[in-house]
Write a protein that binds this ligand. Structure first.
Ligand SMILES: [Zn+2]
Length: 419
């Protein structure tokens, strides 16, 4: 939980207040000074964006960087250092936390923002924290920064893209300049409305996917974003491999490993496909391969036509070894207890989750049967005792991933009620 402390300072007419996020104290625009009305959205009322709710997102970045360094980073020379770039850095809080909390002399950080006020705040914080040689601060448009880096020969190992809204327009150039052989791309999207199927045209325009509201909207959103990023990478003969894909607090956060080569890029397309679902019973059908179409008619034929969504990434979204490493790092970084609990639950559930895309929403099924929802764990246990695979999912607290069909779950629920 971020703490707003008492200490304030004015730097070039910017009113700043000290905060403590994670184990780092820096100065950010003072909400007590800038937010005038009660119903104002705090982060965008500040001259430089800062959202304390996103502490957990930044915790995830720190954990991912640590896990990546242990599992994937292979320096060729002893004195080689890892370069982490945050392209839309705002107050720079995440970069300062990387330096201050990961505390690894191998890590170099470049913080960039197009906003001149952001640069002032970052420079002030750098001198306050007495950080010099490990940090570079630049003032470019993020895409220009990526292209410039290509020309200077600086190759980032890790790029973080966390804009206010859609990351779509930054992906191509980020993939272009990141290390091709095992770079780590960390992407956040907060424009979740089109991705969960609320705005069909906006989803087509930004992500090239046909998305409508579905019983598994959050997982659909994550898989659409992975599809989009993978397609951009594939133009550049690069492939992305999802290490984790999280939907929490109205944001999507992805960790993606970038690999190089046409053959690698072709592998990506083998995991792309479509999903259809029935609006009457919520049964879904998916098919990998762009040429294959999922069922257009529900298996229960009286339900009629299904809705078809896609293209989407249908491969794995939590890499097992990386997820275990993320869990291990929580204690090493001493993440605050509330965020630690949330992150642990996500990774523990997903490590146990069966490898099937999408899930059934127990509440939706119960509502259609006009019955109250039984405990989700009891339904999962009953499914398992009948020989089905079943598990929970972080995408929905009432979601069940299973190889059973909706009609099997319906029979089971009716049986449970009659017991
Ligand atoms: Zn149906």
């Amino acid at each position: 939980m971020v703490e707003f402390l008492r200490e304030t300072v004015v730097v070039d007419n910017l009113h700043l207040r000290k905060i403590r996020e994670g184990k780092t104290e820096i100065f950010v625009p003072d909400p007590f000074y800038y937010v005038k009305k009660k119903n104002e959205y705090m982060p965008t009322s500040l001259p430089v964006f800062y959202n304390p709710v996103m502490e957990v997102n930044r915790d995830l970045s720190l954990l991912a960087i640590k896990a990546y360094m242990d599992l994937y980073w292979q320096p060729k020379k002893e004195d080689e250092r890892i370069l982490y770039i945050e392209a839309l850095a705002g107050t720079g809080i995440r970069g300062f936390r990387v330096l201050n909390e990961i505390k690894n002399p191998k890590v170099k950080v470049l913080l960039n923002d197009i906003n001149k006020l952001s640069i002032k705040i970052m420079k002030f914080n750098a001198s306050y924290l007495k950080i010099e040689s490990d940090l570079t601060i630049t003032n470019y448009d993020a895409n220009y920064l990526f292209l410039r880096l290509r020309n200077t020969g600086m190759i980032p190992d890790i790029i973080e893209i966390d804009p206010y809204g859609s990351p779509a327009r930054f992906i191509f150039n980020a993939v272009r300049c990141i290390k091709g052989k095992g770079g780590l791309l960390l992407v956040t999207a907060t424009d979740t409305a089109p991705l969960v199927g609320k705005f069909i045209e906006a989803a087509m325009r930004k992500y090239g996917c046909f998305l409508v509201k579905s019983p598994f909207s959050k997982e659909m959103a994550v898989r659409a974003l992975i599809y989009f990023i993978g397609r951009e990478a594939s133009i550049l003969a690069r492939r992305i491999v999802p290490l984790f894909a999280i939907f929490s607090h109205h944001f999507i956060k992805l960790a993606l490993l970038v690999l190089r080569g046409r053959k690698e890029a072709d592998k990506f397309w083998k995991e792309i496909g479509w999903v259809s679902f029935c609006n009457i019973c919520t049964q879904f059908y998916f098919s990998k391969g762009l040429q294959n179409r999922p069922r257009e008619l529900c298996e229960m034929e009286e339900h009629g036509l299904t809705e078809i969504i896609g293209p989407l990434w249908l491969g794995r979204i939590f890499e097992e070894e990386f997820s275990r490493e993320m869990l291990k790092k929580i204690d090493e970084l001493s993440v605050n207890p509330r965020n630690a609990k949330l992150i642990k639950r996500i990774f523990e559930w997903e490590l146990e989750a069966i490898d099937i895309p999408f899930f059934y929403d127990l509440q939706e099924i119960a509502r259609r049967l006009r019955m109250s929802i039984p405990s989700i764990n009891s339904v999962i246990n009953s499914l398992k005792s009948k020989g089905y695979k079943a598990s929970r999912t972080h995408f929905n607290p009432r979601g069940i991933k299973t190889n059973a069909k909706v009609r099997d779950i319906v029979i089971l629920l009716k049986h449970m009620v009659n017991q």
